[in-house]
Design a binder for this molecule. Structure first.
Ligand code: DGY
Length: 348
């Protein structure tokens, strides 16, 4: 699909993206926009090489693609200078390789913070109240009347929410769980989440002033402290060498037997095979997963487990956010081509 065929700068998008604002932004600035219409979901390096061709100024790519040496050198040869991931995460991008070829790299932070946090909160609730299990039960025609034991789950109020990685998304999630369900907070991050701490303190004072039990917060000295103490734990680190299999067999073992673990960051942060074994051995332990170690696949056994809620990497999938991500990705590429500042720059 080609927009503004006579445009001076050739910009390729490896996928169709929501909305048309991002296309207009580019075509208004003399770009010819080519959107790949290939039906297969994940493009190979060869597919993308063909899209880059001999002349290409910039590419908007997706987190399912492997942006490394081969693609950045090809983009350079084609006269390109800009690449943007349509994602905040960029573990699929070799930024050093991009730097080596003088290709600017962009990502799309900010616009997906609340949407992603809302999904992590949804998974927390779905796991706590066994929503998916109960839905399947209804659809299977198994409901034959109210029972005291039917789908009894966990009450969140007064429990402790644990956040590992209290950056933009982790902090937004924490606020939702604290304000929405009056949970106490324990978090682990290399940096102090000062704004989040101020919020919990003020909210705790507000509750107290209204005669309610105040919420509390604690910055944990180690990740283990969060795993040991929290009732609901949500993972929000970036994926790199230091966070690969951050949650492994040993760390799962120290969590409460009835804890809930949520992951809307990146799959490899959890050792998924170890998680499957843990879920099998601990039926009261529940998990809400948006991401998987070898997407699009799940580790054997996971799909059969009732104590797992699984969704297909949709944390940022609200219309507003996806259109915003597309717009920022286009702005990143346009910024480099035209010499404007880049919105999301992982090098900064
Ligand atoms: C991201 O942006 O990194 C998410 O995983 C997809 O929105």
């Amino acid at each position: 699909e080609v927009w503004n065929p006579s445009g001076k700068y050739r910009v390729v998008s490896t996928k169709s993206m929501p909305g048309t604002r991002w296309i207009r932004l580019l075509t208004d600035q003399d770009c010819r926009v080519e959107i790949c219409t290939e039906k297969k979901t994940i493009l190979s390096v060869e597919d993308i090489l063909a899209l880059i061709g001999n002349r290409c100024n910039g590419v908007i790519g997706q987190l399912t693609e492997d942006w490394g040496e081969v693609l950045f050198s090809a983009l350079k040869r084609a006269g390109g200078s800009a690449f943007s991931n349509m994602a905040v995460g960029y573990n699929n991008v070799d930024v050093n390789a991009a730097n080596k070829y003088g290709i600017a790299v962009g990502n799309t932070p900010g616009v997906l913070t609340e949407t992603t946090a809302e999904l992590a909160a949804s998974l927390s609730l779905a796991a706590a109240r066994r929503i998916v299990e109960a839905d399947q039960f209804m659809r299977a025609g198994l409901y034959d009347g109210w029972l005291p034991h039917l789908f009894v789950g966990n009450l969140l109020k007064g429990q402790t929410v644990g956040v590992i990685g209290a950056g933009r998304i982790g902090s937004a999630y924490a606020r939702m769980m604290i304000e929405g369900f009056k949970m106490n907070l324990i978090y682990y991050d290399l940096y102090q989440a000062t704004r989040l701490e101020k919020f919990v303190t003020a909210y705790g004072q507000f509750l107290k002033a209204n005669g309610e039990q105040p919420v509390t917060w604690k910055r944990a000295a180690s990740m283990e402290d969060v795993l040991r103490e929290a009732d609901v734990i949500s993972l929000h680190p970036v994926l790199d060498k230091t966070t690969y299999h951050l949650v492994n067999k040993e760390r799962l073992a120290i969590m409460k037997k009835e804890a809930i673990l949520v992951n809307a960051s990146r799959g490899p942060v959890i050792d998924e095979a170890a998680l499957v074994e843990h879920l099998k051995a601990n039926p009261m332990f529940r998990v809400g997963l948006d991401v998987f170690e070898d997407e699009p696949f799940m580790k054997p056994g996971l799909a059969e487990l009732k104590n797992a809620v699984v969704v297909p990497h949709i944390a940022s999938a609200s219309k507003w956010t996806r259109e915003g991500m597309a717009t920022l990705a286009a702005l990143n590429v346009l910024g480099k081509i035209k010499g404007y500042p880049i919105w999301g720059d992982p090098n900064q």
